[in-house]
Design a protein around this ligand. Structure first.
Ligand code: GLN
Length: 544
């Protein structure tokens, strides 16, 4: 087993996840079987119970794990699906250790951070490498070096490096090189301090990835090399890029591939990026912009909707049109209906997933506009449920229609709790989660998008469309087009509308740069048609 560790210094939010994903892609481009594991040093067992304002979107995996959003970056960069074992948290590790202690696995011993907690961390890393059949496992340590929370993880990685021996483990440290002052001077001191912090824990970085607004000059690289004890060719500059998908090539251009091969004792291979480079070329020359209105309630933090934005980037790199996302806070729409005028001028509308009462009325107003003005619309999860509520209120003339999540006393519970959810007392990991089979109606618009009538998509919800209203929906032109194997409603679409599709599942989690999701492509194509921009002829690869 070979391990590549990515730690972070100075501040969080440096793009450690993108660095890790890009390093993974760089190794994968050489035909090396790789996998990635994320360490989140918080005490939550998983990300499922956290508000998106805390750490951004909750990314759902095939097995239903509610994971950190970086797992989404890994899947998109590697083009591989991962399982819950690839997201370690302090909560998960402590829970495992305490369960073992109660079972008597450590009988007679005092249970301690070292060796028991560190031992559990090492066991989890080894297990992931083994089950994934990976030659190199990349481990990203969340947080910033020096945080109390991450200490046991860094200690475990230090121990692992000793156990594996020379040439089996590489440490990459990502830091910030800020540019300050009137002459725009790049400052290396924060990097020096954070490397010193890392060395105090017993870890010596092999590579330093310097993040900042501008490329590093050779003398700044030389300075970092001297103070931090790494060769100049191992100081890598990653300035901000127009798209994160450029980063593997930025690393490649600085010789990171051969350097890693040398450090990990791997034979030299030529990288093959395949469709990745085509994607980037199309992305860069995108023109003819369209605007998609995204109506949500966490719009101040773009990371809260990361997979949606990425899905549109994937479409841009496939269709070659510049896609601009316009973010609308649903609460503002309800307070200031003038915003609807702006939404009306957009070329498409997306209402993503969500929870709770805040913002729902604004979402309903935006959906009504999309439905009545023929603006292409994609409703995802809560955006699907809200579309049902809008339809019930304004077409079926049931003005009090609502979801019981918002109004338990609604006279028309068009959206209600799933049967299996009734009586549940625990909130963590108890929604309807993960990949489920969905059967689509032959000849429906959605089946045409996928080019299939059987698909697999990821889910995360507690409520569903109330089957008692389906006949009335259908009678008024809302066609039911998708069902789960147990008969549960999964999708609908409007007849007599250019594109109005709602889905109970989350297509955004399966979109990838080399395989944009068919539903996002369909929305963008409908938006292009509305704007009368010629639609590129290329047939998209199908995600299933
Ligand atoms: N709040 C809704 C539910 O639980 C929708 C969830 C979501 O959008 N992910 O069913």
């Amino acid at each position: 087993m070979k391990v590549l560790v990515v730690s972070g210094g100075v501040i969080s939010g440096l793009g450690k996840g993108i660095t890790t994903s890009s390093l993974g892609r760089l190794l994968k481009a050489r035909g090396i079987p790789v996998t990635i594991l994320k360490i989140d040093p918080y005490l939550n067992v998983d990300a499922g119970t956290m508000n998106p304002y805390q750490h951004g979107e909750v990314f759902v995996l095939d097995d239903g794990t509610e994971a950190d959003l970086d797992l989404g970056n890994y899947e998109r960069f590697l083009g591989q699906s991962l399982s819950g074992a690839h997201n370690l948290t302090t909560g998960k590790i402590y829970r495992a250790v305490i369960e073992k202690e109660r079972r008597g696995d450590y009988l007679g011993n005092t249970v301690q951070i070292i060796p028991h907690v560190t031992g559990e961390i090492k066991r989890a890393i080894r297990e992931v490498a083994q089950s994934a059949g990976a030659e190199v496992v990349l481990v990203e340590v969340g947080g910033t070096v020096g945080d109390i929370e991450s200490m046991p993880f860094l200690e475990a990685l230090r121990e692992l490096s000793y156990e594996l021996g020379d040439g089996h483990m590489v440490f990459v440290h990502t830091t910030l090189v800020p540019v300050v002052g009137p002459v725009g001077e790049a400052k290396t001191k924060p990097t020096q301090h954070s490397v010193r912090e890392l060395r105090a824990i017993g870890i010596r970085p092999n590579l330093i990835v310097a993040r900042g607004p501008l490329p590093l000059s050779p003398d700044i690289k030389a300075k970092i090399s001297l103070f931090c004890d790494v060769p100049p060719e191992a100081v890598i500059s990653v300035p901000d890029q127009s798209t994160v998908y450029e980063v593997p090539l930025v690393l490649e251009a600085q010789g990171v591939g051969p350097l890693l091969e040398r450090l990990l004792g791997l034979p030299e291979r030529r990288p093959d990026y395949g469709a990745w480079k085509e994607f980037l070329a199309t992305y860069r020359r995108a023109q003819g912009s369209i605007e998609i209105a995204v109506v949500g309630k966490y719009t101040e933090l773009r990371d809260a909707y990361l997979s949606h934005s990425e899905a549109f980037h994937h479409c841009q790199g496939h269709l070659g049109c510049d896609i601009r996302l316009q973010w609308y806070d649903a609460e503002d729409i309800a307070k200031n209906p003038a915003l609807l005028g702006r939404i009306e001028r957009s070329d498409g509308v997306l209402v993503p997933g969500g929870f709770g009462a805040r913002g729902v009325e604004g979402k309903v107003l935006a959906i009504e506009l999309a439905r009545t003005r023929g603006i292409p619309y994609l409703g995802v999860c809560y955006g699907f449920q809200m579309a049902a509520i809008e339809f019930a209120r304004n077409v079926l003339s049931l003005p009090g229609a609502n979801t019981t999540e918002v109004d338990a006393q609604t006279p028309d519970p068009v959206v209600c709790l799933l049967e299996q959810q009734k009586g549940l007392s625990e909130m963590g990991g108890t929604m309807r989660l993960g990949t489920q089979r969905v059967v689509l109606t032959p000849g429906s618009k959605i089946a045409q998008c996928y080019g299939a009538t059987e698909i697999w998509e990821r889910h995360r919800h507690r409520y569903e469309i109330n089957p008692a209203y389906l006949d009335r929906f259908q009678a008024h032109g809302l066609k039911i087009t998708g069902h789960a194997v147990d008969g549960r409603l999964e999708s609908f679409e409007l007849a007599n509308h250019p594109f109005f599709v709602g889905v109970q599942f989350h297509p955004e989690f399966l979109s990838r740069p080399e395989a944009p999701h068919p539903l996002y492509l369909a929305l963008v194509r409908a938006a292009l048609a509305r704007k009368e921009v010629p639609i590129p002829a290329a047939t998209p690869p199908i995600v299933s």
